[in-house]
Design a binder for this molecule. Structure first.
Ligand code: HEC
Length: 152
C-alpha cells in the first residue's frame, strides 16, 4: 500500500524505527500514566491539522499532514509499553476492559499507525482522498475511546 511517493518525513521515520526519538521529551520520572496522557494530547494536536483542512478552516497542505502523522506514529509506537502495567500510579481514564483485552487494545495502536500512513499517502493524492482517509483514521481514535476510555 505504501507507494514510491511516500512522504519524506515518513520515509525517514520508517527507515530509522529504532532510532526515532519520542515525539516529545519524556522525563525520566514521569509515570507511565502521565506520559501516555501527554502523548495522547500530542496526538490530538496533530489530529487537528488534517481535521481543520477537512472542515475548511485551513488550506490543504500535504506536507503539514505528513509531519502531523509522523508525530502520531511516533507517539503510537510508545503507547503499548505505557499501558502495560494496570497498576501504574496516577488517576487514569483507562477502563479495566483495556487490560482484560490487552492484545486487542494494543493492536488498535498498530491499526492507528496504518491509518495514519494511509492518511499521509492519501494527502499526496489531494484533498478528496485525504478527507476520506481522515474518516477512517479518526474512527480508530473514537473506536478505542468508546470501548476503553471512561467518559468525562
Ligand atoms: C488503543 C486505544 C486508543 C487509541 C487508538 C487512541 N486512544 Fe486516546 N486514549 C485512550 C485511553 C485508554 C485514554 C485514557 C488514558 C489514561 O487516562 O490512562 C486516552 C486518552 C486520550 C486523551 C486525553 C488525554 C488526557 O489529557 O488525559 C486524548 C486527547 C486522546 N486520547 C486523543 C486520541 C487521539 C486524537 C487518537 C487518535 C489519533 C487516540 N487518542 C487514539 C485510548 C486510545
Amino acid at each position: 500500500m505504501i507507494g514510491l511517493r511516500m512522504p519524506l518525513a515518513l520515509v525517514a521515520l520508517l527507515a530509522s524505527a529504532a532510532a526515532a526519538g519520542p515525539a516529545e521529551t519524556v522525563s525520566a520520572d514521569a509515570s507511565p500514566v502521565e506520559t501516555r496522557q501527554r502523548l495522547m494530547v500530542a496526538m490530538i494536536r496533530a489530529t487537528k491539522v488534517p481535521r481543520a483542512m477537512v472542515r475548511g478552516d485551513r488550506d490543504f497542505d500535504a506536507e503539514a499532514i505528513d509531519a502531523a502523522m509522523t508525530q502520531v506514529i511516533k507517539a503510537g509506537r510508545q503507547m503499548p509499553d505505557l499501558f502495560a502495567d494496570p497498576g501504574a500510579a496516577g488517576p487514569t481514564a483507562t477502563l479495566p476492559a483495556a487490560w482484560d483485552n490487552l492484545a486487542e487494545f494494543t493492536a488498535a495502536f498498530a491499526t492507528l499507525e496504518r491509518e495514519a500512513l494511509g492518511l499521509a499517502e492519501a494527502a499526496r493524492q489531494g484533498p478528496e482522498a485525504m478527507a476520506l482517509a481522515y474518516q477512517r483514521y479518526e474512527a480508530v481514535c473514537d473506536g478505542c475511546h468508546m470501548r476503553y476510555r471512561k467518559d468525562d
